[in-house]
Design a protein around this ligand. Structure first.
Ligand SMILES: Cc1ncc(COP(=O)(O)O)c(C=O)c1O
Ligand SMILES: N[C@@H](CCCC[NH3+])C(=O)O
Length: 421
């Protein structure tokens, strides 16, 4: 069920017109649907083995209202910085449902996480392991850990979001895993609990997951035989979503769940999942207004008021997002083909090339779909453009859940030293 539908000729989020929101908050803005968030969380978590921990990957969407919505459904959190940890806690996610991932945790971040009493650190290298042992010793506690291992599996996704093959910076290299566990077993302030793996993002073919899960199952058995306690298996996130309206079915959560069930059957371990995109991508849109419709020599351009600073996925990963008019076109409306571009001074500031859209003019609204994951969180203030606001809808109610950044905030924190003159 898609909660972004045309009603009375206008695109709505649940029961709220995106045009009505635009009128009040201005453009561009992100809009999320609570019903979609809840539905995706439910479908995903219900397909998993019982007693699994679903740790929503905060990097995909860190808005507190989104986190709180998921927390109310029982979600934990996967965090990659002290900032994300604070956000997860502030949204009411219990520390015992939080896992801390990332290749470069600082000692300050480790101390914060240890004091909070998080569930698990996913450790990515031996130097990190020793640093964590030191911090835990200084606090008189034991740090529960899993090693993130690099299974050298090709995730069959975009190279920039592939993390589980041997050339990437992520995880302990497969050949060094046993050495790492042996080192951990000797440390007094480290409590080895499990294994972690994450092979990449926007994975639409289940075969790479199957390959990685098989490798992890075999590794669990051999580590246990060597005397290590492996009671938890964290398989990260990565499940892809449909970005194109082309009727290609998305990966089936039930089939993914069946792969996980096989791991549990063979190991008896508790499983941890770190989904991001699959929960939030299709729960959000970016609404923007046409500034100018410009005819080039060979092309028509729609220059909109959102830019690559607001949604960087197309520029960064050549990502495809559907773009639709907020006002439903009349049956006899003329159509045209447009490059939909932002105002930022970069050639890559383009949301879609050669898109069929009803003929549009200045002030018309368009929505860029499936923008709920890695959208607002990756926004920047490039070109001195204030961050766009975020809005959450629930039924016929809506609220601004992050206000538009004030123009003055763009330079308020700059300092001009006296010696400049
Ligand atoms: C360690 C880790 N866990 C979870 C995720 C979430 O991934 P996704 O949004 O593809 O589910 C990521 C991002 O790729 C990640 O790096
Ligand atoms: N930011 C990426 C996903 C990266 C996931 C983080 N490991 C995207 O927008 O597709």
């Amino acid at each position: 069920m898609n909660h972004f539908q045309y009603k009375d000729g206008v695109l709505c989020a649940e029961d709220v017109s995106l045009a009505a929101i635009a009128k009040e908050v201005g453009t561009p803005f992100y809009c999320y649907s609570s019903a979609t968030l809840e539905r995706h969380y439910k479908v995903f978590s219900q397909s998993l083995p019982k007693d699994s921990l679903v740790a929503f990957s905060v990097k995909a969407n860190g808005n507190l209202a989104v986190l709180k919505t998921l927390a109310a459904m029982g979600a934990g959190a996967d965090v990659v910085s002290g900032g994300e940890l604070k956000k997860a806690l502030a949204a009411g996610i219990a520390a015992e449902k939080i896992v801390f991932s990332g290749v470069g945790k600082t000692k300050t971040e480790m101390a914060l996480a240890l004091k909070s009493g998080i569930f698990q650190f996913n450790v990515e290298s031996e130097p990190e392991l020793f640093a964590l042992n030191d911090v835990a010793a200084s606090l008189g506690v034991k740090a529960p850990i899993a090693f993130r291992v690099n299974p050298d599996v090709d995730a069959l996704t975009h190279a920039k979001i592939s993390t589980g093959h041997s050339e990437t910076k992520f995880g302990v290299p497969w050949a060094k895993v046993e050495e790492a566990y042996a080192a951990a077993a000797k440390l007094p302030n480290i409590d080895v609990c499990g294994i972690d793996v994450h092979i990449g993002s926007q994975i639409t073919d289940l075969a790479p997951f199957a390959a990685a899960f098989d490798r992890i199952t075999a590794l669990t058995k051999s580590l246990r035989a060597a005397g290590h306690t492996i009671s938890r298996i964290d398989v990260g996130g990565g499940l892809g979503v449909p970005y194109r309206n082309d009727n290609v079915p998305p990966p089936d959560p039930a089939a993914y769940g069946a792969l996980a069930a096989k791991v549990v059957k063979e190991t008896g371990a508790q499983m941890i999942f770190e989904p991001g995109r699959v929960i939030v991508a299709n729960a959000g849109v970016l609404v923007t207004r046409v500034i100018y419709a410009k005819s080039g020599e060979d092309k028509n351009f729609l220059i909109v008021d959102a830019g690559m600073n607001d949604l960087i996925r197309p520029a960064m990963y050549d990502a495809y997002h559907e773009i639709v008019a907020v006002k439903a076109p009349a049956a006899d409306a003329p159509w045209s083909r447009y490059d939909v571009v932002g105002p930022v001074c970069e050639t890559s500031d383009i949301f879609g090339a050669d898109r069929a859209l009803p003929v549009l003019k200045s002030d018309d609204l368009v929505a860029i779909l499936a923008a709920g994951a890695y959208g607002a969180v990756m926004a920047s203030a490039y070109n001195a453009r204030p961050l766009a606001p975020e809005v959450l809808v629930k039924g016929d109610e809506w609220a601004v859940v992050r206000p538009r950044m004030d123009d003055d905030a763009l330079y308020a924190s700059d300092r001009i030293p006296a010696w400049i003159g």
